[in-house]
Structures are given as C-alpha cells and as structure tokens.
Design a protein around this ligand. Structure first.
Ligand code: IMP
Ligand code: MG
Length: 182
C-alpha cells in the first residue's frame, strides 16, 4: 500500500495543513463570538471519537471562552467499509454529567446525518442548558435524515475523505492534510 505521507505521492490534497488552520480559526472565532453574545462563560465540549480527536484538540486551543471542559464519547456506524451502516453505536454516553451545562458537540464529518441526529437527541435527554453542534466537514448531498450543524468548517462534495482524524478502516487518521480515498 502506498504511503500517503510520502510527499511525492500523487494524492489530490483537498485541504492542506494551512487550509485546515484557517478553517479551525474561523470556526473557533464564530463559536467564541456566539458564546460571548449569549453570555456563555463555560462550555462543555463533547468530542466524538474517534474521528474528531484531531479537530477537537485544535479547536479547543483556539476558543476564547473562559472555562472549557472536555468529554469524550464514541460513535461508530461504518465498521470497515466506506458506506454507513445506519446502525449507530454510541459509547460512554451514560457517564456524562451535563444537566444545565452548555454543550458543544464536536464531530469530524456529517454524512447521512444519522450519527449526529441520534447523538444530539440523546444529549438533549440529559437536559443541558444549550446544545450546539460543530462539524469540520459536511457532505449535504449524502443526507438521509434531516440534520444541520450550527458550525461547519467546510462543505465538501460526495467523496470519501481521509486524514486529519478521518479514517478508512482505521487507517490514515494521522495524515496532517485531507485527501480523497482512491
Ligand atoms: P453519518 O452518521 O452517516 O452522518 O456518518 C458520520 C460518521 O461517518 C463520521 O463520524 C465519520 O466517522 C464517518 N464518515 C462519513 N463520511 C466519511 C468520510 O468521507 N471519511 C471518513 N469517515 C467518514
Ligand atoms: Mg469513522
């Protein structure tokens, strides 16, 4: 298998490291401004593992909000395929203590919308004060359920992408850029 970190590889880079930095700063700024205007000083960030771990780590370091708490939950629906099974499994969600909190769910990508729809419904059942959703990437052409995030890094066409936390069969999460899976 070709090493995708090879600088001479012919993979089409959709988002370079610089593109990603610009997007993260823009999204962090939008969230920080919104929190400021809503008088929110404490934010409970819920990172959806595994894919969002890189994005969440970059994002929280750019947020200008006085108190930030980070939780991790897991969601999976793909297995080792590039087509969503639609059967979303959520992990570690019962351990959350978020009643009355201001929540920001951080996800890598929205595809069919199944994961975030199910996840936000469950998060809301804990009766937090506010719930907002941020996704680094969004593929609206693939939506099968009605779901929109409050903050989106970039809308992308219907292609399967890897890198910057996103995987194919657990590979390529470590790429610092985003490329289309061949
Ligand atoms: P959804 O439930 O169909 O919206 O799928 C969301 C999840 O599918 C994300 O959290 C990703 O883990 C995965 N996913 C969807 N599209 C891609 C992609 O293009 N590359 C890698 N993972 C993806
Ligand atoms: Mg995945």
């Amino acid at each position: 298998m070709r090493d995708m970190k090879d600088k001479n590889s012919k993979n089409k880079i959709l988002f370079s490291e610089t593109d990603i930095k610009d997007i993260v700063c823009r999204v962090a700024d939008e969230i920080s401004q919104d929190c400021k205007s809503m008088g929110i000083n404490s934010l409970n960030v819920i990172c959806v593992l595994k894919g969002a771990f890189v994005f969440a780590a970059d994002l929280v370091r750019q947020l200008e909000i006085p108190n930030i708490n980070i939780e991790f939950i897991s969601a999976s629906s793909y297995g080792s395929s590039d087509v969503s099974s639609g059967n979303v499994k959520l992990g570690c969600i019962d351990n959350l203590s978020i009643f009355g909190e201001n929540i920001l769910i951080v996800e890598d990508i929205i595809d069919t919308g199944n994961t975030l729809k199910k996840l936000t419904e469950q998060i809301k059942s804990f009766e937090p004060n506010t719930v907002r959703v941020c996704a680094m990437f969004d593929k609206p052409d693939r939506r099968s359920v009605d779901f929109d995030a409050d903050y989106v890094g970039s809308v992308i066409p219907d292609e399967f992408i890897v890198g910057y936390g996103l995987d194919y069969a657990e590979m390529y999460r470590d790429l610092p850029y985003v490329t289309v899976l061949k």
